[in-house]
Design a protein around this ligand. Structure first.
Ligand code: ZN
Length: 223
């Protein structure tokens, strides 16, 4: 059976993307994508217009409603760069399908995300565009923490350099039970679903890609 066509990292006008949710979902459907994840920036050093925390409820409802209308499975996500993430409204976050944390390097930040993940019920938690610049013994600790806390890692089409030079470290991920996500990090409908490089990279390792795609596995049958 063919793998469902997906894209689990997309930005809209709600933060620094060019397109509305409606345009994105229509374009995704036209491209034949069956399940997508939209994760605008909840605050960001990089994004000039992050989501306001007051807008979290409206944003979520918008994703749910428009996906119903257009008839595409669209997961509601957030990309977060707040550390430690303790002052976030857990009640609202719990209604989301997934949360990805960006700029996470080093054990202290990884540990903070692990602690935070214990308070969260509902959304899957992952690291956006994971950087693999660790000495191997430290990386093994990172992987163990992520594995124990059920945190996935993401391969992101905008950051292929993050894993290109890390073939050996990626082997450790491949041998672990860590979930994987893949996304285009698209800020425009032109790049929706474009991440062939990530798939080609994963094919170097003896893993069942579909089996490791946690968002696909969990939400195939609807959020
Ligand atoms: Zn992003």
């Amino acid at each position: 059976m063919k793998m469902m066509l997906f894209d689990f990292h997309i930005h809209s006008e709600w933060s620094d993307g060019d397109n509305s949710l409606e345009e994105i979902m229509k374009a995704a459907k036209d491209k034949g994508l069956e399940i997508i994840g939209i994760n605008d920036h909840l605050s960001s050093i990089k994004a000039s217009i992050p989501l306001e925390s007051e807008a979290l409820q409206d944003y979520l409802l918008d994703i749910r409603e428009i996906s119903q209308t257009i008839g595409i499975k669209a997961l509601a996500g957030l990309e977060i760069d707040i550390y430690p993430p303790d002052d976030l409204d857990i009640e609202v976050l719990n209604k989301y399908d997934y949360l990805i944390f960006e700029n996470i390097m080093g054990l202290p930040k990884i540990k903070a995300i692990c602690e935070f993940s214990k308070k969260i019920q509902g959304p899957l938690i992952g690291l956006a565009h994971t950087e693999l610049r660790y000495p191997e013994p430290i990386f093994r600790k990172v992987i163990k923490l992520l594995e124990d806390n059920n945190i996935f890692i993401e391969l992101n089409a905008n950051y292929t350099q993050n894993y290109e030079a890390s073939h050996d470290l990626f082997k450790i991920i491949a041998e672990s039970k860590i979930g994987i996500s893949i996304g285009s990090d698209s800020h425009s409908i032109k790049t929706l679903g474009l991440f062939n490089y990530a798939i080609e990279f994963l094919e170097n390792f003896k893993i069942n890609i579909e089996d490791r795609l946690v968002l696909l596995k969990k939400f195939k049958t609807g959020p």
